[in-house]
Design a protein around this ligand. Sequence first.
Ligand SMILES: Cc1cc2nc3c(=O)[nH]c(=O)nc-3n(C[C@H](O)[C@H](O)[C@H](O)COP(=O)(O)OP(=O)(O)OC[C@H]3O[C@@H](n4cnc5c(N)ncnc54)[C@H](O)[C@@H]3O)c2cc1C
Length: 412
Amino acid sequence: MTSFAEITTIGVGGEIARFVEPTTRVGVIEAVEGADEHGLPLCVIGGGSNMLVSDEPFPGVVVRDARRRITVPDEAAPVEGDDRTVHVNAEAGANWDDFVAFTVELGLEGVEGLSGIPGTVGASVVQNIGAYGQEVATSVASVEVWDRETKTTRDLLPADLKFGYRSSALKSSMYQAPATPADRFFPTPRYVVLSVTFALRHSAEGTVGFGQLAKALGVEVGARMATTAIRDTVLEVRASKGMLEDPTRYALPDMADTKREGNVLADLKRLAASGAPAAEDGSGLPAPDWDRHSCGSFFMNPILPEAEAARLPEDAPRFAATLPDGTSGVKTSAAWLIDHAGFHKGFAVGERSAENAPASLSTHHTLALTNRGTATAADVVALAKTIQRGVRERFGVALVPEPVCVGVDLRP
Ligand SMILES: Cc1cc2nc3c(=O)[nH]c(=O)nc-3n(C[C@H](O)[C@H](O)[C@H](O)COP(=O)(O)OP(=O)(O)OC[C@H]3O[C@@H](n4cnc5c(N)ncnc54)[C@H](O)[C@@H]3O)c2cc1C
């Protein structure tokens, strides 16, 4: 029986009553509609890289879309005038980094800064993935969905998708308040993504949009560089922070074939070249890198009303931002708050550390909660709650988890 521990990057979570992997569009719709009709809990899962699921058995249906085709509908169309837009369509189950690698190889600009983000194309629009100065929102032309409310398929356009910082109309449909599930449509949105059409630009160069990346490339922010160089550097910077998934997970039976073989091999090669030791089991794979067994950034950067932000210490990071009600606010750094509340890299509950605890902060990054090999969801939750409590006591700020927490209460 498949469990969430086997199909999520953090590697925890209970057994699944029914796990289905439809290989056709109608199969996906039927699986979702079948669960909804029978009132069963439904979880549509992609790469499981943004989910923390409880250790209890999941009594419903988990659907993982096995369609992974990426096509270029414009390929045969003539270029008109100066318009260099190229549309690329990807089915929801396509691995996100397979998609990025494909577009960079094809000479398209638009998502190269999002290289190495784990997960699928379908989920990329749920929380509007972003990194290194890029967000998926800026490249999305339309999203084909199954609407669980009206029981019809629809094409959602950017205006319908209401993208914001790590948010979209899809994600909003799951929550009534931060980290508080809505009565319906949780842990899967009202709109199940079937495919995404991206509008990219025909160009082998992209813009370096973020200071840390510019520094690694030795250029100024705003410089134009080969998208291949941007991709390679993003992967290097991510590797140095443990912010890539562990490619050895694709050796698990339940993960086989969910990412293109050539790209998994390239990831394994990069990991081995970084000096990772070989696994002791003689598999020929690198040993697991526990710093990568996470959900990525576990807490969102808080966006605070100006009066609240004014109470933070002077050296706390501050960026202009917009609050959910449309008024202006201040975004601060969750990593800074965690570190300055006394939770440093490698922190674990109970005077333990990354070496001897089941769960700890990453040894590279204070924002990633990691499974050190034997963690249960309960261990990760205990760590998350300790950090939430500490940051609230020290700074009066409520940290909201970024992953979708199923059967786990981490309301701030
Ligand atoms: C090491 C690491 C680094 C990361 N770095 C980043 C980063 O830099 N930036 C960033 O934004 N995120 C980052 N993440 C978070 C994560 O990779 C993204 O949120 C990703 O988009 C999740 O994709 P997934 O397929 O794994 O989604 P899952 O975890 O499988 O699902 C997440 C949510 O999406 C829903 N969902 C999945 N597929 C569909 C679908 N077809 N239709 C509708 N809903 C669906 C699920 O029901 C669930 O609610 C990181 C995670 C890890 C582990």
